[in-house]
Design a protein around this ligand. Structure first.
Ligand SMILES: *Cc1c(COP(=O)(O)O)cnc(C)c1O
Length: 396
């Protein structure tokens, strides 16, 4: 076996060919669409945002789709629209991005964590039920890596205790569970089009819901709290006065972002197939490696293949996850970690008294997990390099 780059050996890829983790695919049509948008000079929120919302909601089969400038904003406004605030509790997973928990905090509510499963990495329904209190208002499941949570069990709990369900679908734009799209189980689904996500608008997010009242509130809150359709005030429909009816937020998407999303949405299945192929290629190649592979998708579900997250078998290899991260980076392979469990970050420890030992499954994952590049933009050679480097680093 070749000497590790970490020990002065030749890296699998050259430095100037570093494989960036989570690089998006950007093609000619979206480049042209952005240029055309600039030439039209209507670059703020406008008709292209409406078009993107229409396309998205048709695809998802929801009554409404509201485009915003991030999934974080989507999660935040979902809670405000649902009337969640101070004194309320929202249950979510410790195995998520900080934005999930921050959105709960910004609504004024208190985040309550329920541990996840070691293999699916998704929140456990039994743990949710253990955390339900008189203050609980909502469950916020996160479909980790694109694998749907057990939505049947979660919806049963929600109905039993009369809780709202707001799905964090940041990883799950293509996910399905028992013939239903992720984001369509609960009251509201929130999606992300951040640069590393499956389809991108640079920054961007989308809410889907069937609830008319929530939709109305989200539209007002997302644009300064101005009365309905204030974005049209400079259009050729004639000047209309707006009325500020609430202290809202500046959370709208712009036409420049929406035109990218419209193009990307047309390729969502094509990109999904490319990632599925790489995901399977990795699973086959690593079957005999000292690591724990992501489990196969459950029957009657569609995995979105957003992240490929093997767990390092620390006991068998005697190698820490952090060492593997450094060794792979030295081979010029970009890596990610999804996630250091939320409860271990200093701010939340201080604010909520969370500590090590509180969520043993999330911590077990947090010590072992790493994410290998999984983008529709990877060539076969790129994927082969990842396989070679991971193998080299694990067995050396
Ligand atoms: C990316 C991400 C978010 C936040 O999405 P933004 O669009 O960047 O605000 C929220 N939750 C999860 C699980 C994410 O991965």
């Amino acid at each position: 076996m070749h000497k590790l780059a970490l020990d002065g050996g030749t890296p699998v890829r050259t430095k100037d060919n570093f494989l960036v983790f989570g690089a998006p695919v950007i093609e000619e049509p979206e480049i042209e669409a952005v240029v055309a948008c600039m030439r039209r000079r209507w670059i703020g929120a406008g008709p292209k945002v409406r078009e993107f919302e229409e396309e998205f909601k048709k695809w998802k089969g929801s009554q409404h789709a509201i485009a915003l400038n991030s999934c974080t904003a989507a999660l935040h406004l979902s809670m405000l629209a649902a009337g969640i605030g101070p004194g309320d509790e929202v249950i979510t997973s410790p195995m998520t991005f900080c934005a999930t928990v921050n959105a709960i905090i910004h609504s004024g509510a208190t985040p309550v964590l329920a541990d996840c499963d070691r293999h699916t990495m998704n929140i456990l329904p039994d743990e949710i039920e253990n955390k339900v209190s008189a203050r609980t208002k909502a469950i916020m499941p996160v479909h980790f890596a694109g694998r749907c949570c057990d939505m049947q069990a979660i919806m049963d709990i929600a109905r039993q205790y009369d809780l709202l369900v707001i799905e964090d679908c940041a990883h799950a734009v293509e996910s399905r569970f028992h013939n239903q799209n992720a984001g369509r189980f609960g009251d509201i689904g929130c999606f992300s089009f951040y640069v590393t996500k499956n389809i991108i608008t640079g920054e961007g997010g989308m809410i889907i819901t069937d609830n008319d009242r929530f939709t109305e509130k989200i539209k007002v809150l997302g644009l300064h709290g101005m009365s309905k359709d204030a974005w049209k005030r400079f259009s050729d429909e004639g000047y209309k006065h707006y009325h500020v009816v609430q202290a809202g937020y500046k959370y709208n998407m712009t036409d420049m972002q929406a035109v990218i999303g419209i193009c990307q949405l047309q390729r969502v299945n094509q990109y999904w197939q490319l990632r599925e192929r790489i995901w399977r290629q990795y699973n086959d190649a690593f079957a005999k490696q000292p690591c724990i592979l992501p489990p196969e998708p459950e029957p009657d579900t569609q995995h979105a293949y957003h992240l490929y997250t093997p767990l390092i078998d620390i006991e068998k290899t005697g190698k820490s996850r952090d060492w593997v991260l450094h060794a792979l980076t030295a081979e010029n392979i970009g890596v990610g970690v999804h996630y250091i469990p939320v409860h271990l970050h200093p701010y939340y420890r201080k604010m909520f008294g969370w500590q090590k030992g509180d969520f043993p499954n999330a911590e077990w994952i947090g010590e072992r997990t790493l994410s290998l590049p999984l983008s529709a933009g990877l060539s076969e050679k790129d994927a082969d390099d990842v396989i070679e480097a991971f193998h080299k680093v694990l067995v050396n």
